[in-house]
Design a protein. Structure first.
Length: 123
C-alpha cells in the first residue's frame, strides 16, 4: 500500500509473535498492530477483533489502508474481509504471510515476509 498512513495488522497468535518474530516497521516510524484473529488456545475467532482494531487507532470510514498479515496468508484474508465488512479499509493481504506455505522439505520459511528479506525482529 502506498498510503503513508497505512497500518500493518499482524493477526497471528501471541505464541507466534513470541516464538517466530514480528515485522519490524520502526524505520517507518510506527509499529505493526498485533491483534489475534483466532485464539491461540481455542482457535475460535476473536470476538473483540474489530473493537481492538478501533482501539489501535483505526476507525471505520477513515480511508486508511490496512495491510493484513498472518503466517501463510490465509487467516489474514478472513480478518481483512471482516474488517472491510465493518467499514474499515481499503484492506490488503500480504501474500504468503510471514512464513509462507510448507515447502517440499516439510518446513515453512522458504517464502513470505522473512524469506523475502523484509525487516523483522524477535518479540
Amino acid at each position: 500500500a502506498s498510503d503513508e498512513r497505512a497500518v500493518l495488522v499482524d493477526v497471528r497468535t501471541a505464541g507466534e509473535w513470541q516464538q517466530i518474530g514480528v515485522p519490524d516497521t520502526a524505520d517507518l516510524g510506527r509499529e505493526p498492530v498485533l491483534i489475534e484473529w483466532l485464539s491461540g488456545t481455542t482457535h475460535a475467532v476473536n470476538p473483540q477483533f474489530l473493537d481492538q482494531l478501533a482501539l489501535a487507532g483505526v476507525q471505520p470510514g477513515d480511508g486508511r489502508d490496512l495491510v493484513f498479515l498472518c503466517r501463510s496468508g490465509v487467516r489474514s484474508v478472513a480478518a481483512g474481509l471482516a474488517a472491510q465488512a465493518a467499514g474499515f479499509g481499503p484492506v490488503h493481504n500480504v501474500l504468503q504471510g510471514f512464513e509462507g506455505d510448507v515447502g517440499p522439505d516439510g518446513q515453512r520459511g522458504h517464502t513470505g515476509w522473512r524469506a523475502d528479506g523484509l525487516p523483522w525482529r524477535q518479540a
